[in-house]
Design a protein around this ligand. Structure first.
Ligand SMILES: [Zn+2]
Length: 295
């Protein structure tokens, strides 16, 4: 091999080496880039996954009904918005929310549950902690039954004491929050730590008290909803009524409303309410209403 050829060969080797280095360099850079992108993507996926899990968890905590009961549930916030505007229309679709306050009682609640099961309709129970404690283990079993049979569970305070919650008819927000928290805890003890409800009903009705703007701000900020009613069987007002009178009252006050939130009570002494329930349900069925629960 001549000197010249050797020189050319040497140049070729250097050239190849340089190209090789460039290729390795570029490849390295490319690889680093791809790797970085992969990391970014993985990180984004991880964040997305965490967000999704948090949402799932939140839903679980906010649900208010069992898995089975979900198909009957209705967004309480939409109902709140309607009620607060006295707008009881619903795009031609009739819906009724049967609501029972002041339970659980060991005397009336079982009768109510039996009728609901026989008629295959769902309701919302606004529980008071004091009555749950009064009913002991039996009351707790009834709450489990309510939940397992697809009814919605909501909070109606612990004490139901107007003087405590609204001294001089003015809301005491701290007392209100503490009283409702007690019942939340009792319900959680019965239904498990994953249970929670965002729906509540103010004893005496939100409409009845002063200083409630403060409560509305608190509820809004905490994704909670207060639900009053736009129809009632009047089992807690005026003179004592028999089953027929209660049914008549409920039907009269529901008339002409596409969206009905019917107030009733399943506490002690409300046996006539239990007796009136089949007639009330029949009215809503005959008039094409769908039965929904508040969550
Ligand atoms: Zn009440």
């Amino acid at each position: 091999m001549s000197y010249k050829n050797r020189k050319v060969n040497k140049s070729k080797v250097i050239l190849v080496a340089v190209i090789g280095l460039i290729i390795v360099g570029v490849a390295n850079k490319t690889w680093a880039y791809v790797d970085e992108q992969r990391h970014i993507k993985a990180e984004q996926q991880r964040i997305e996954e965490e967000k999704r899990k948090a949402e799932e968890e939140k839903k679980k905590y906010m649900v208010g009904v069992s898995h089975e009961g979900k198909k009957y549930s209705y967004d309480a916030k939409l109902v709140y918005d309607k009620l607060s505007k006295y707008d009881y229309s619903n795009d031609g679709k009739k819906i009724v929310f049967l609501t029972f306050d002041d339970g659980t009682s060991t005397t009336v609640t079982p009768q109510i549950l039996k009728t609901l099961k026989d008629e295959d309709v769902k309701a919302t129970f606004f529980l008071t902690g004091e009555n749950i404690e009064r009913g002991g283990e039996k009351a707790k079993e009834l709450i489990k039954q309510e939940f397992n049979e697809g009814h919605a569970i909501a909070n109606h305070s612990y004490s139901h004491d107007y003087k405590l919650l609204y001294p001089n008819r003015n809301l005491d927000l701290e007392a209100f929050k503490a009283d409702f928290a007690k019942t939340d805890k009792i319900i959680k003890d019965v239904l498990g730590k994953y249970f929670s409800t965002r729906v509540l009903r103010c004893p005496g009705g939100h409409m009845s008290w002063r200083g409630m703007d403060e409560l509305d701000t608190y509820l809004e900020e905490n994704n909670k909803v207060s639900i009053d009613w736009n129809a009632l069987n009047a089992d807690a007002e005026g003179k004592r009524k028999n089953a027929q009178e209660l049914a008549d009252y409920a039907i009269k006050t529901a008339q002409g409303k596409e969206m009905v939130v019917l107030l009733m009570h399943d506490t002690y002494g409300k046996e006539e309410t239990a007796k009136a329930l089949p007639t009330i349900i029949k009215y809503f069925k005959d008039n094409g209403y769908e039965f929904k629960t508040l969550v």
